[in-house]
Write a protein that binds this ligand. Structure first.
Ligand SMILES: O=C(CO)[C@@H](O)[C@H](O)COP(=O)(O)O
Length: 227
């Protein structure tokens, strides 16, 4: 590992898999050499789409040792923290846009023994996450407006990654900087260049003929662009 650079994680997003056979897709993700599995949880209110719930997570948990990164795009995440923790999530990510609830949610996730992630949407200023950076394990910089896979990467989000990296270095913190939305080889390289170390990708990974080949290629390209 290069000095001062967090180990890279590649996290295929299950949302983009063939949902008629989640079990096989999870096993395919593990065989590809990916590090994590990203679980997009949508409630039809915080975002205008629905995905899947804790029952699905519980059903796939015994099939893999991949780290489960559960991203709650939900207006009332407090109702879901315990169900997702019990179902086998390793990390639970909530949105900074929830405002006053955020501190309480962070405490609750920690009390459940899970890693804490905080997500930020493209229109939200990076200053919103600053009060929490000493308490989190991961910052998820959304590089599309959440709700749907297959959208185009918003490059205006790159300065947020750069700021998160600057804070991490200045304060000697160790939170991961994850990017999510429109991530492919090229956009992963751009994000790695400014400090991202964790790469969530749906369409570019699950949509490829060989998941293993694209995971290997993304790993190589990120490695060449981290500094
Ligand atoms: O959270 C989300 C969407 O809300 C993402 O995880 C996407 O599902 C990533 O999909 P691609 O943009 O890579 O297709």
């Amino acid at each position: 590992m290069k000095s001062n650079i967090a180990e890279m994680m590649i996290a295929p997003s299950l949302l983009a898999s063939n949902q008629s056979c989640f079990g096989q897709e999870v096993e395919r993700a593990e065989r590809s050499g990916a590090d994590w599995l990203h679980l997009d949880i949508m409630d039809g209110h915080f975002v205008p789409n629905l995905s899947f719930g804790p029952q699905v997570v519980k059903a796939i948990r015994p099939l893999t040792n991949l780290f489960f990164d559960a991203h709650l795009m939900c207006s009332q995440p407090e109702l879901l923290l315990e169900p997702f923790a019990k179902a086998g999530a390793d990390e639970i990510i909530v949105h900074v846009e929830l405002g006053e609830q955020v501190q309480c949610l962070i405490h609750k996730i920690k009390s459940l023994g899970k890693k804490v992630g905080l997500a930020i949407n493209p229109p939200t200023a990076i200053a919103a996450v600053q009060p929490f950076i000493e308490q989190i394990d991961l910052l998820l910089v959304m590089t599309v407006n959440p709700g749907f896979g297959g959208q185009e990467f918003i490059s205006e989000c790159l300065p947020k990654i750069q700021q998160a990296q600057a804070w991490r270095r200045e304060k000697a913190l160790s939170y991961r900087i994850s990017v999510d939305g429109g991530i492919n080889d090229q956009t992963a390289a751009e994000c790695a260049h400014v400090g991202a170390d964790t790469f969530v990708a749906g369409t570019s990974l699950f949509g490829a003929p060989s998941l293993k080949t694209v995971v290997q290629k993304m790993r190589q390209i990120v490695n060449e662009n981290q500094h």
